[in-house]
Design a protein. Structure first.
Length: 88
């Protein structure tokens, strides 16, 4: 538990979290500023602190996390473009 609270993030560690978060966000077509992305980032940091400190390990932990794995595409009509969504 002590390592959980004393985890220090260097650019390498932040890069791992960012890579997995970016993949997760892109799979779901979410904008960087979407509130769900902020929640996903917090979850990924928590998983990293729990010991999933490599990209493959963090990806695996994220795929087994209930909210991260069940969060799916929003109901977007096929005729709406991403540009329309971002401006609304």
């Amino acid at each position: 538990m002590n390592a959980f609270f004393t985890t220090v993030f260097s650019t390498v560690e932040l890069g791992i979290v960012d890579e997995v978060l970016t993949e997760w966000r892109n799979e779901r077509l979410l904008d960087l500023h979407d509130p769900d992305v902020e929640l996903a980032a917090a979850i990924l940091i928590h998983l990293f602190r729990e010991g999933h400190r490599t990209t493959p390990s963090l990806r695996d932990a994220a795929s087994r996390h209930k909210w991260l794995s069940e969060h799916t595409f929003r109901d977007i009509p096929a005729y709406v473009s991403m540009a329309d969504i971002r401006t609304s």
